[in-house]
Design a protein. Structure first.
Length: 254
């Protein structure tokens, strides 16, 4: 089911950085003149919304210098292959996420795991919505690329990949040191339909490949100099990365 983009789905968090809400998942546009870096691309059903969000900030698909992938779950790479194949946009990620994006394997919560948790408040409505948005559609990235070198990428915003494994083996957050912004993907979120918590948190356990490593990655985020958190799910969080990571850890211990 295609997502229809509304005006309030696009939040300008800094002069050239926009957080966009899709089908219960977010992507980020980092603009530099007539070019941009696109971090994640929503569900397959979000493709038109991704294109509309670029147009809403004065860009288009040909403006995308690269797609950066936090991780290769369907709700984050839904339009990545379309942009790569149609507009020759490189799709970059941590080297450990490359085979996952190709779908050499699928490291994602199974339908059976979701059904086993369907009694929990919010899980069944989320699952129905995810299916309609393309949550189990086969959407491999045919030519995913690992980051070319350590450190800041030569892309709009000069994003710095931060390996934060646990949700998946190759999960990466992206730090924009110049603007104090941290794009956390699913290493740290601020809300999710399957969670009863609001504010910084880990996703429910069933979504993580390795929950212990996901907890360890909070310490990595905690050490970053950022005062604005753009999560993969939930609203923008204004507050330090240290504070957000500590809150997420406290919530996970309950």
């Amino acid at each position: 089911m295609p997502k229809l983009l509304r005006e309030d789905d696009i939040v300008r968090v800094e002069s050239n950085v926009y957080s966009v809400s899709g089908s219960n998942t977010n992507w980020v546009i980092v603009k530099d003149g007539d070019s941009c870096t696109l971090v994640d691309t929503g569900y397959p059903g979000d493709r038109d919304a991704v294109l509309a969000s670029l147009e809403a900030v004065g860009l288009n698909a040909r403006s995308v210098a690269a797609v950066l992938v936090t991780h290769a779950h369907n709700d984050h790479i839904g339009a990545a292959e379309y942009l790569r194949a149609t507009y020759d946009v490189p799709v970059l990620m941590h080297q450990e996420e490359v085979p996952h994006a190709r779908r050499d394997f699928l490291d994602q919560v199974s339908v059976g795991q979701v059904l086993a948790q369907a009694w929990r408040p919010g899980v069944l409505p989320w699952a129905v919505h995810a299916l309609r948005a393309g949550g189990i559609t086969h959407v491999p990235v045919c030519e995913p690329q690992a980051f070319p070198a350590p450190g800041a990428l030569d892309l709009p915003g000069a994003p710095v990949p931060v390996h934060t494994p646990g949700h998946t083996k190759g999960h990466c957050a992206y730090h924009l040191p110049g603007s104090g912004i941290l794009i956390t993907g699913d290493a740290l979120v601020t809300a999710h339909p399957a969670s009863r918590i609001n504010g910084p948190q880990l996703l429910p356990d069933m979504f993580h490949t390795d929950r212990a490593r996901a907890l360890d990655s909070l310490a990595v985020l905690e050490g970053l100099d950022a005062g604005l958190i753009l999560p993969g799910h939930g609203p923008v969080h204004r507050g330090s990365a240290k504070e957000a990571a500590l809150t997420a850890r406290e919530c996970a211990a309950r």
